[in-house]
Structures are given as structure tokens and as C-alpha cells.
Ligand binder design. Structure first.
Ligand code: PMP
Length: 293
């Protein structure tokens, strides 16, 4: 993620990543009390472009509000700083990680009065790789949305992601698929889930999922292509009649799913709507889609 030359933005300044340190008594460190984003930039014919910067930074503001962390930077200022950060590090195709955290030594369970802003960037391949995934329905549920603001990208929520993902890998699968508290399919530890049936697409509605920006983009690309998409609750049993499936996320982009538990989807991923939309997504993010959305 960084070397001795890497520059990050921390609290109003561009500094060496090696100099960006944190107190052992930071409230964030003890309670998982921070919020973050995951953004990608792409080289396009018109230069480096931060994809959906506005949507990501609006979600960062939403996440801050949801947990009571102040954020002193506007969406526009954050976007501008992101472009500067990419330039400082000579990056074009990059993954960008904004983090808003409570850096002050504070062991109390009260909202922070001040926050720190870190922006880091690095080159990162597709998070879940290129090969179609073998998913396992996880015994871990997504966090109850009545216990935590599940639509906010809160660091602490990712403990659930880490244990579910590690458990799936320990059991020989590539990734976990988590249900919500009612037994409906929600999402992966760091990506949304879609399945295809009879030429139509299905994905979980908001409620127990992160409203993925990639999910939204895929919904738009699908509708643009005349594909019917349904946002509706479904149980894992439903997947046994599905033709194909894929996952979406900024880091993962669009990635095919080969199987869920022992059920292998009958349609080869390359012939599925997922693969078609993955192609459109790449064209869109790299500025090659005409007309642009
Ligand atoms: N769900 C979870 C739990 C995630 O962490 C992510 C990645 N941010 C997503 C879905 C996909 O969201 P996005 O498309 O906005 O990256």
C-alpha cells in the first residue's frame, strides 16, 4: 500500500505515509469508531478520472452524520484533494481510501468533537481477482440494521466482514455470502450480489446492505440495455433456480460467481448478463462508453 516515497493527505497537509501515525489511545482504535470510503480512479482519454467522486464523498458525509463524526471538508474539497493526492503519487489507475477517524486519546463512549481525515491511494488489482467465485452462505448474518446504521460505511461493521470472509476461506470457498436477520440474501463482505434468471436480474433491496455505488451503476447500465432488474428479497433457496450470478463493488468491480454452496450456476459466466455488464462497466469507468451515462 505504501513505500518510503508514498504521500498521503492527513489533517490539512500532504505528508509522507511513513510519518502518518496514530495514538495508541485514539478512540477509533479501541472502538472501531471511524468511517471510510473506497474509490477508484481510472486513466481515460480525457485524463485521470475519479469515478463517481461525488457519490462516494456524499456517502462519506452520510456515514459521518450517522455516527456523529464531524467532517470539515465539502464534497468538492474532498474531490479536489483526491486529484491532488493522485498527482502527488503519480497515480492514474488507483484505489483511493478516505478515512475519517477519532484520533484524540479518548476512552469514553461519546461522539467525537473533532475528527481526522486521511486520504491514501495505491495501485490495486481487482479485489476479488478475475476468476469466478465459489461462494458459501455464511453462518454469520449481516449486522442488524436496528443495531447499527448499516448503510453507513463504518469501520467497526467490517469485523463482521472479516470473520465471515475468513470463515468461508477456511472452509475452502472464495468468499462469503451473508444473509440478513430475516434469512434473506443480503450481500458479500465487501460487495453486492446479483443473480440472473430468465434474462432478468435480481438483487437485494436496501435495508440490510450497503447501497453500493457500483450496484447503482450496474442497475443503470442494465436498464439502459433494456434488461429488467428487480430489487427484492430472496432466500438462498431461490438461487437454486438461478442461471448465473455476479458481485459488484468499487474494489471488486464486476466479478462472476460460479457457485453458491454446492449449487453450480448452469450458465457459463462469459455468456451471462454479468459478463456483459462487466464489459459495459469497464467501458464506462475508462471513459470509452458512448454515449456516456
Ligand atoms: N457492500 C459492502 C459491505 C461493501 O463493503 C462494499 C464496498 N464498499 C459494497 C457493498 C459495494 O459498494 P460500492 O459499490 O459502493 O463500492
Amino acid at each position: 500500500y505504501f513505500n518510503s516515497e508514498t504521500i498521503v493527505f492527513l489533517d490539512g497537509q500532504f505528508v509522507k505515509a511513513t510519518a502518518a501515525t496514530c495514538s495508541a489511545y485514539a478512540q477509533t482504535l479501541h472502538y472501531g469508531y471511524s468511517v471510510f470510503e473506497g474509490i477508484r480512479s481510472y486513466a481515460t482519454p480525457a485524463g485521470t478520472h475519479v469515478f463517481k467522486a461525488k457519490e462516494h464523498y456524499e456517502r462519506l458525509h452520510y456515514s459521518c452524520k450517522a455516527v456523529g463524526l464531524p467532517l470539515a471538508y465539502s464534497v468538492e474539497a474532498l474531490t479536489e484533494l483526491t486529484y491532488q493526492l493522485l498527482e502527488e503519487n503519480n497515480l492514474q489507475d488507483a484505489y483511493i481510501r478516505p478515512l475519517v477517524y477519532a484520533a484524540a486519546p479518548n476512552m469514553s463512549l461519546t461522539e467525537a468533537r473533532e475528527s481526522s481525515l486521511l486520504l491514501a491511494a495505491w495501485e490495486w488489482g481487482k479485489y476479488l481477482g478475475d476468476k469466478t467465485l465459489r461462494l458459501m452462505v455464511s453462518p454469520y448474518e449481516r449486522p442488524n440494521p436496528k443495531a447499527v446504521p448499516i448503510e453507513a460505511k463504518v469501520a467497526g461493521h467490517y469485523v463482521n466482514s472479516i470473520i465471515a470472509s475468513s470463515d468461508a476461506k477456511a472452509k475452502g470457498y472464495d468468499e462469503a455470502l451473508l444473509l440478513d436477520m430475516n434469512g434473506f440474501v443480503a450481500e458479500g463482505p465487501g460487495a453486492n450480489f446479483f443473480y440472473e434468471k430468465d434474462g432478468e436480474l435480481f438483487t437485494a433491496p436496501p435495508g440490510s446492505i450497503l447501497r453500493g455505488i457500483t450496484r447503482n451503476t450496474i442497475l443503470t447500465l442494465a436498464r439502459e440495455a433494456g434488461i429488467t432488474v428487480h430489487e427484492r428479497f430472496f432466500t438462498p433457496d431461490t438461487l437454486r433456480e438461478a442461471d448465473a450470478a455476479f458481485m459488484t463493488g468499487t474494489a471488486a468491480e464486476v466479478i462472476g460467481v460460479q457457485s453458491v454452496d454446492e449449487y453450480v450456476f448452469p450458465k457459463p459466466y462469459e455468456q451471462s448478463l454479468g459478463a456483459f455488464l462487466a464489459g459495459r462497466y469497464t467501458e464506462l469507468v475508462t471513459g470509452k462508453l458512448t454515449p456516456a451515462l
